[in-house]
Write a protein that binds this ligand. Structure first.
Ligand SMILES: [Ca+2]
Length: 406
């Protein structure tokens, strides 16, 4: 059965009941609203698009079913992900649920993943991890209409030139017939399908793995999406069999100036400098690598190799690449990181934060999920607890507050 969220289902039903225009792609959290400035922008954009080979017919179809989405602009202005610590980022992206689902996906799709490995030289646990990070194994591909999202960002976004190039590439996809306008949906910033390709990445790297004539990354069948992700990594220089990186233990005297992902040395040189495996053993030689220490206050360190740099092609953020790499290791059966992270700004470790959230939940407060990531809901719950006990109210968790809940 086709996957449809309850929201999408309701939107479809109401359109059918109202007998409105034919059902088109829409996301109730990202409604299209009329906007005069946008309409004027579209009229001028059509000339630029025509010069780049987009036909009138394609433009008519695309813009008859698309419009301005203010919620996309709001998202673009509030990107909170940038402020997460690595520990919090990993709590979300390499959660037990995502590891478990990844191991199940690896099993379920092992024949397809093996065929992709054969074709592109990218290991099944790596392709599966990209799938897991990008769309939780296809279950969160996004339902925002891509042409509306990209035209909104090109019209009013921070990076107009970038998004106009993405919009042109998206229109070329429609023009070629790889997908219909109604099915061309994805994230609010134009990333589409199982492995969340932006249109220019799609143009350069998407493949039609079974040769049925369409490069289909949007439908429930993950074949083309997964093959396209592996093809992208392969074309970016993936080395088969090389780890992305390994967790390491640094000597207490380690000179931090030697760290950084462009400062490469041989394994023998790192060993001479006192770098060991996280368990304290001898390093295995996987080729030249760099040492990275993601958190200023301590925590896990990694020796990363060429494949780490390949992964930055997908997303350059250090947390992202470590999350992707670590998830791939866990899917393959690997352990959690060995080195603990230092206490956070509140003096709490992850185990304390989870305990605090669980106690607040038992008291009836809504903290969202008990993942150890302190967000607005947990802070509001702490403020509620402080109020109920007649304490000064600042919404800041602490060991003292945790103690009061025992
Ligand atoms: Ca295909």
């Amino acid at each position: 059965m086709m996957y449809l969220s309850r929201r999408a289902l309701l939107a479809g039903l109401s359109a059918a009941i109202l007998g409105a225009a034919p059902l088109r792609a829409s996301d109730p959290l990202f409604p299209v609203v009329p906007d005069q400035g946008y309409a004027t922008w579209v009229r001028r954009f059509r000339d630029r698009a025509a010069q780049k080979g987009i036909s009138d017919a394609t433009l008519n179809t695309a813009f008859a079913g698309s419009g301005f989405i203010p919620a996309v602009i709001e998202k673009d202005r509030n990107q909170f992900e940038l402020s997460l610590t690595l520990e919090d980022y990993l709590a979300i992206t390499v959660s037990d649920a995502r590891v478990k689902a990844g191991r199940a996906a690896l099993q379920k799709h092992r024949k397809l993943l093996a065929a992709i490995e054969q074709a592109y030289g990218v290991e099944p646990h790596i392709t599966t991890a990209v799938w897991g990070i990008e769309s939780f194994y296809g279950t969160k591909r996004g339902t925002v209409p891509t042409i509306s999202a990209l035209s909104t960002l090109a019209y009013e976004g921070r990076r107009a030139a970038f998004f106009e190039a993405q919009l042109i590439a998206a229109l070329k996809i429609l023009q070629r017939g790889d997908v219909s306008l109604a099915n061309m949906v994805g994230g609010w910033a134009g990333a589409m399908g199982h492995t969340q390709f932006i249109p220019t990445t799609y143009a350069a790297f998407a493949v039609d793995f079974r040769g049925d004539g369409r490069r289909d990354i949007w439908s429930n069948d993950p074949t083309d999406g997964l093959a396209s992700a592996a093809h992208y990594l392969s074309q970016s220089g993936w080395s088969y069999g090389q780890p992305w990186g390994v967790e390491v233990q640094l000597p207490r005297t380690f000179n931090r100036a030697l760290a950084g992902n462009l400062r490469r040395r041989s394994t023998a040189e790192w060993a001479k400098l006192g770098v060991r495996t996280a368990g304290g053993g001898r390093l295995t030689d996987h080729g030249p690598g760099s040492t990275i220490l993601p958190e200023a206050g301590g925590g896990p360190a990694f020796l990363v190799f060429g494949n780490y740099t390949v992964m930055t092609r997908y997303n350059a953020a250090q947390s992202y690449v470590i999350g992707l790499g670590h998830l791939s290791d866990r899917i393959k059966g690997g352990d959690r990181l060995k080195t603990p992270f230092p206490p956070d700004q509140y003096g709490l470790r992850q185990v304390d934060r989870v305990a605090l959230q669980k106690r607040l939940t038992r008291m009836g407060y809504d903290v969202g999920s008990t993942d150890g990531v302190i967000g607005p809901k947990t802070r509001a719950a702490v403020a509620g607890f402080q109020t109920s006990r007649g304490l000064p109210v600042d919404g800041k968790p602490s060991l003292e507050i945790l103690g009061l809940m025992r």
